[in-house]
Each structure stands twice: as C-alpha cells, then as structure tokens.
Design a protein around this ligand. Sequence first.
Ligand code: GUN
Ligand code: ZN
Length: 434
Amino acid sequence: MSLTRKAYRAAILHSIADPAEVGIEASYEYFEDGLLVVDNGQISALGHASELLPTLPADIDITHYQDALITPGFIDTHIHLPQTGMVGAYGEQLLDWLNTYTFPCESQFADKAHADEVADIFIKELLRNGTTTALVFGSVHPQSVNSFFEAAEQLDLRMIAGKVMMDRNAPDYLTDTAESSYVESKALIERWHGKGRLHYAVTPRFAPTSTPEQLTLAGQLLTEYPDLYMQTHISENLKEIEWVKELFPERKGYLDVYDHYQLLGERSVFAHGVHLCDDECARLAETGSAISFCPTSNFFLGSGLFNLPMAEKHKLNVGIGTDVGGGTSFSLLQTLNEAYKVMQLQGARLSPFKSLYLATLGGARALRLEDRIGNLQPGTDADFLVLDYNATPLLGYRLQQANNIAETLFVLMTLGDDRTVLQTYAAGNLVHQR
Ligand code: GUN
Ligand code: ZN
C-alpha cells in the first residue's frame, strides 16, 4: 500500500455522460454511502462503501463526512484574472464597460508585485468556490501569467492561462504589437506549457482588438506547438458584432474571422456565443471547438440569453464560465443558478444533472481533459469537493425536505455558493478548508 493512500466516505455524485445524449438517468452515478479512494494524487477506486471497504486494509485512513456530498472539482471555462478588482462595475454594456472599467484595471498588471498579489487572491477565491481548473485570461502583460502559474504550480493545480494579445482599439498603455505578442506568448509557452498540470492558451482578446497580422501569428503559434489551447470572445453583444463586421468586411461573419486565421479547433474555447447563428454553431461543432456559457456575465452586461438547446442540437461542446469581472460571482453554483433562469426565460428547462455536467464533465470535454478531470473515474486526478448540506441554516432546513438526489442537487445549485464548499482537494491535497 502506498503511504499516501486515503479514503473519503460520504454521498458521492459525478457525471458520466451528457444528459442531452444519453438521457438524465444514464448521465450520472450516485452512491448514497460512497467511498472515494485516492492514491498518490489520483483516484484509485470509487464505489459503494459497503462493497469497497472489505477490499481495503483495515488500517486505511478514512475521512467520514455526514450530511455532505462529494463531487468532482468545478471547471470554469472562462474567467479573467486581472478583473478580480473590478467585479460589479456599474452601468455599462460591453464596449463602454471595457473602456471605462476594464482597461484601467488591467493596466495595473504592468507591476509584477500587483500581479503576484492578485494572483494569490484569485486562486484562493477559485478554491474557496470549488473551482479546481479554470481557463484564464491574463492581462496583456506576460507577468500576469507568470504570477498566476507560479501560484498555481505551488499547489499543483491543473490550470490553463494565456497572456492577452491586443494590438489595436485599446489604450496605448495596454497594447502590444503583433510581433511582441508572438514573442512574449512563445516565451510563456516554452516556460509553462506542459509543466506539471499547467497548460498554455493563445489568447487574442477578441477580433476588434487584434490586427490581421496579430491573428495570423496567433494561428501560427497553434501550428507550432501541439496541444496548445486558444481562447477568445465571440458574439457577446450586438454592438460588438456590428463593429466586427465593419473591421472585417471581407469575412462572412464573426466566427469566419477566427476561422480564416485558423483559430478554430479541438482546444479552442469561445466565450459567450450569445448571438451565434445556426451555421456558426455547425462550424464550431465540425471543428471540435467549444463554447463557454457565461450566464451571470450575460445578464450583468445585458448581453442576452445563450441558446443552449441550439448548441445541443449541433452537439457542440459547452462548458460553463463565470467570466469574472463581467460575471459577478466566482461560484459555479451561483453561475448555474443563473443558467437555470436563462433557460426559464426561453421557455426551457435546465436539469440539475445537465448543470452538474456543465460544471464538471462538460467543461472537461470542452478542454479535452475528461481523462484527467471533471469526473471521479479511477485513474483521473483527485480533484474533488466536499459540499456541506448544512452550510447555511436555510440550506440545511431546505435539504431536509428534499426527497432525492435530483432535488438535493437542484437546491444546492439554487441556494449554494462559496459557503457550501467545505473542502477542496487538488491532486489529492487539501487546498481549501472553509
Ligand atoms: N470581450 C473582449 N474583452 C472582454 C472582456 O474582458 N470581458 C468580456 N465579457 N467580453 C470581452
Ligand atoms: Zn470574458
């Protein structure tokens, strides 16, 4: 037996498939009295406690939780590190919000000490909210990504990030050039991509802030290195879409700009996609690209309602994203609460098992990491959460009335937030204790 073997006993729930593909009942596994066994940072067994316990040595270290649910760690497929200090900025929609609040806030990351301080706050906040993997925008400054990866590496977290590439239509103090963005991104890739559990994402901010030359070089980076990610924004706001048409009149539409510069692919994640058309969804699906659905941000910035059923029709990979600081909470539970309302406003439903899928396995699939994270299958990384049924008096009382795991899960996602996350484990290590 390995010295680092540990077991965790509680109710355990994880997604094993997309409910849209297999139906709700076949989409999850639930163990009312479950046991999760962790060896050297990886899950080695999952099952009913009554079945697994007799197979284990009598002296195994078991932590037993009452009134708690173990789930995979949450995956946030879209968030901005340098916007931590401006969450909840008043009054504007996307383009004015960027100019009024976002760019000045991001400019502070020219200072490495500031980047270090915010990276620390940001990672603590992710872990407090149960997010164990995130796809993260830095600022235009490479040091924002260095600070983030240095902090993530210390905790052996699985994280993906990139330096923003932005060479036009932004203040001079915050732009790079096509050439410098290529050179700086390359240096970050060489330093971080594939180091431990870290991955690099080529990060053109969005089409309006990159010249054709910069987009060309972004595409070139993707061909130069295997398994790189690409993240950007798309079709979030109607004025933004009009602006893209003016800037790229030769292209068929917004997605076609990215397609032309070869930025679509299996590791490409496009945030928002609120106003995508049918053809664009089909092209995203065809190329294996993913969408990050960002409901709190889409409400807060007045961007619109994401059409999840259309994405499902095209079998498009969809994850969920907080989009802090356009989004208003680091909590994926709170983000799912808003996602439910997005569907209600469109006359549709969001089953709690689909929500669980979006925040875990669906996110992992969007990132092509389902063999490592987003579920609790033996052989995957031991990134998991302990959710506390008694996190608040109201939650405790409400859950006493719940009749089954579907109701429990839905109430956790409706009333839950950071307080619900009792513990967060990453690679088998306790990285947050409430
Ligand atoms: N589009 C371009 N940049 C941004 C950003 O920082 N946040 C959001 N929500 N949309 C963007
Ligand atoms: Zn964003």
